[in-house]
Design a protein around this ligand. Structure first.
Ligand code: E4P
Length: 216
């Protein structure tokens, strides 16, 4: 499974990239607002740190506007993936951008039929929002499973990018359901390493090592 960082915070991205953990980055307007930084500047900095796809989201709601904004954003770096919303206009833009060789991440996906449309429109990535579905009492993981089955039935190459991930369990179950990518907030990604028995075991080893009186 590929890991993307779901953040616009350069410091967090730099640390994960240095560890070789990052296959890409996703941003959205809310993450840019949270960073307090200039959108294009942040995207340019991220693209220097990460070789894989860096999603930058258009703000226009009509296809022509989306294409104009995508032109500006793709000029920043070769690894910019354009994020478009899962609307009729977004799908038109997806088709046009994909035809010209631009990676498109279709975002705000909440069911399998939407994902089928995105694949038909040539999307490189489809982003089902697991956490937001769970918040509504709908099993987000079931949507990932349905998309996986449909894409496999017809050989679609669109990658399933599990988004709106809130917990370590979301990452595990998305991996089990066959998502190609998980885009994860860095705090959640760091949480994957945690287990109380690891901490307890390490504490025991440290205490016993101290008893040996040796140094290394
Ligand atoms: C990423 O591409 C999405 O925009 C992001 O995962 C949404 O997460 P949220 O539901 O926590 O805002």
């Amino acid at each position: 499974m590929k890991f993307f960082a779901d953040t616009a915070e350069i410091k967090e991205i730099a640390e994960l990239a240095e560890m070789g953990l990052l296959d890409g980055v996703t941003t959205n307007p809310s993450l840019i607002a949270k960073s307090g930084r200039d959108f294009k500047e942040v995207v340019a900095e991220i693209c220097q740190l990460v070789e894989g796809p860096v999603s930058a989201e258009v703000i226009a709601l009509d296809c022509a506007g989306m294409l104009a904004q995508a032109k500006d954003l793709t000029a920043i770096a070769d690894n910019v993936a354009i994020k478009v919303p899962l609307t009729w206009e977004g799908l038109k833009a997806c088709r046009a951008l994909s035809d010209q060789g631009t990676m498109v991440n279709v975002t705000l996906c909440f069911n399998a039929n939407q994902a089928l449309l995105a694949a038909k429109a040539g999307a490189a990535f489809i982003s089902p929002f697991i956490g937001r579905l769970d918040d509504m009492g709908i099993d987000g993981m079931e949507v990932i499973e349905e998309i996986r089955a449909i894409y496999d039935n017809y050989g679609f190459t669109t990658e399933i990018l599990a988004a709106s991930i809130r917990s370590a369990n979301h990452v595990k179950f998305a991996a089990m359901a066959g998502a190609d990518v998980a885009t994860v907030p860095p705090s959640v990604l760091q949480g994957l390493v945690k287990h109380p028995l690891t901490d307890k075991g390490l504490e025991g080893f440290m205490a016993d090592w101290k008893k040996t009186g040796q140094s290394l």
